[in-house]
Ligand binder design. Structure first.
Ligand code: ZN
Length: 556
């Protein structure tokens, strides 16, 4: 089906089931989205009182209570966990039975881990003449990423190039080596990543050059899958002092502020959903160049020569490091955290299908006394969710389909709240769409008119793009939307949790400002007009999608 025909079809459907009073209702909802209401919500949510809303911290509890209380004010029904009320003895005598009621909170467990203080890394070698052991020093020659449990092991080492498996391009560093229950030594990056003129760069950069974390995650998952016991990574020539020095300056944007102790970092602690096994038991260690040199010395492995060769040959050259063993001892401190999503529902006439409108309310908390307010990330998106809830209630109508409004926790720790909800949804109704808002209030440097934003969406649902264009035109919204369709949209925000389950998504973002994940992501930098318009387009789309029949494109 051609696009124009499809759009016409939508419009016909809308006008068919949308008599005048329904249009009035939709307008009433839109009128409830005002800059004043948007400010009123965000000014509290991103104030110092909520202490940066770090998952599991008191500030996040306060923020969640605030969101739940406004959900209640707007008239949503609770869609979180059940609570039970036990009558007192006297009440029981008077005939009162235990009762239960639903809350706005979906609570779940997270495990918070951080690297402990004691870590050991030593290399033992056997040569013709005898043997020797080298004990390296923590934070001088190596650092440790917290994994699931404290670990102690001594195992042989295998050099695995970049530790990359790229089936599409027929490249696999693990092709000729067995790494099960071994320690792997790998380089950062991917073949050719330092040389834009190389054939390898040409081949791999479009898949792996975009996000350091995406690459790292893919490599780590592959290593675990193959049963590697530990990963040793080195980035040859990198300045390890910039990360490990004991007198590290506290960086704010590009300016450095000297400190007398290492700065506290949000990334020192990790959180994960407990699951049923210790899945992240693969130890990950970063080493300095001089440790790397000791590891490969006398084994015939030449890292520099490998990097040069693979750039044009695109051939792996992995190899076990004969006669060498590494002993690794790492410690992990962990604790259990109780976290909460906030979930409210506007039941439709049909409760078998639900639309999930969500955004994460958690942010980075307090470090070194600085409160990281996260006004844009993601106070703005949370207010987007709350404002759409308010607008839908202001229509005074029951929509055809059910709309669930969610404020996620744990996003900054790995999309944990949305993932938990996607696995344990509100009920057994079918989730037919997720609208995600993350960072909807700032401008990129090239956004001179202050009206640009992006919308990622599931490619097979071009109705989402058509509808957006249609509503922007009909309601004369000052928005310049860059559409980014993908078969299964991914990326570092909560829509990925739904996309991964083949639920179509629509994700709005306004820009990627320099204050992203800095303590100065403040209220004073918000573009209120754009934020309000992005909320309006989200509401208009959701209201239409909750009141019409729509679906994936027909394939010819
Ligand atoms: Zn965010």
């Amino acid at each position: 089906m051609k696009k124009a025909v499809r759009l016409l079809l939508i419009l016909t459907i809308v006008s068919f089931i949308a008599p005048v009073h329904a249009q009035d209702a939709k307008q009433k909802g839109l009128d409830a989205i005002t800059q004043q209401a948007v400010k009123g919500q965000l000014e509290f949510l991103a104030s110092d009182w909520t202490e940066g809303r770090a998952t599991g911290q008191p500030g996040a509890y306060m923020a969640a209570d605030y969101i739940a209380s406004l959900f209640k004010v707007y008239g949503l029904q609770p869609a979180g966990d059940m609570e039970f009320e036990r009558p007192t003895r006297a009440e029981r005598m008077a005939g009162k039975r235990p009762s239960s009621y639903r809350t706005f909170y979906q609570s779940f467990n997270l495990i918070e881990t951080r690297a402990g203080k004691d870590h050991e890394l030593s290399l033992s070698e056997t040569t013709a003449g005898g043997s020797r052991t080298l004990n390296f020093t923590y934070q001088t020659d190596f650092s440790v990423q917290a994994s699931g449990v404290s670990t102690e092991l001594e195992l042989p080492i295998v050099f695995v190039g970049y530790g990359l498996t790229d089936e599409e391009n027929g490249y696999d560093d693990f092709k000729d080596v067995d790494v099960k229950d071994k320690i792997i030594l790998r380089l950062s990056g991917y073949p050719g990543h330092t040389d834009e003129t190389s054939k390898a760069y040409d081949t791999f950069s479009s898949d792996w050059g975009r996000g350091r974390w995406t690459l790292m995650r893919a490599k780590n998952e592959r290593a675990s899958e193959l049963g590697a016991a530990a990963v040793i990574e080195v980035n040859p020539g990198s300045d390890v002092g910039a990360a490990w020095a004991a007198n590290l300056p506290f960086r704010v944007n590009s300016g450095n502020y000297e400190g007398v102790k290492p700065r506290a970092s949000y990334y020192e602690t990790r959180m994960s959903l407990p699951g049923n096994e210790l899945s992240s038991a693969t130890v990950r260690i970063t080493v300095s160049d001089r440790v790397m040199n000791e590891l490969v010395k006398g084994t015939g492995v030449d890292l520099e020569a490998f990097q040069e060769k693979v750039k044009s040959s695109l051939k792996p050259d992995s190899k076990a490091l004969a006669g060498k063993k590494l002993r690794v001892k790492t410690t992990v401190d962990s604790k259990l955290i109780r976290a909460r999503n906030v979930v409210g529902v506007l039941p439709g006439k049909d409760t078998t299908e639900i639309i999930v409108v969500g955004g994460h309310y958690d942010h980075l908390g307090i470090h070194d006394g600085w409160i990281w307010n996260g006004a844009d990330d993601n106070g703005s998106g949370t207010v987007g969710v709350m404002s759409i809830a308010r607008a839908c209630m202001a229509t005074g109508e029951k929509p055809e389909k059910t709309i669930v409004f969610c404020a996620w926790t744990g996003e900054e720790k790995g999309l944990l709240g949305s993932r938990y909800f996607a696995d344990h949804p509100y009920n057994d109704a079918k989730m037919i769409l997720n609208l995600n808002y993350d960072m909807i209030s700032r401008d990129n440097t090239n956004d001179s008119l202050g009206n640009m934003c992006s919308m990622n969406y599931t490619k097979a649902y071009s109705v989402l793009e058509d509808l957006t264009n249609n509503n922007i035109e009909e309601y004369d919204l000052d928005l310049d939307v860059a559409f980014r369709p993908a078969a299964r949209p991914r990326g570092g925000s909560d829509h990925s949790s739904f996309s991964a389950k083949d639920i179509p998504i629509m994700y709005f973002m306004a820009g990627f400002p320099p204050e992203y994940h800095q303590p100065d992501d403040h209220l004073k930098l918000i573009n209120w007009e754009k934020m309000t318009n992005i909320i309006k387009i989200g509401y208009l789309n959701i209201w239409d999608l909750a009141n019409t029949e729509w679906g994936a494109d027909e394939t010819e």
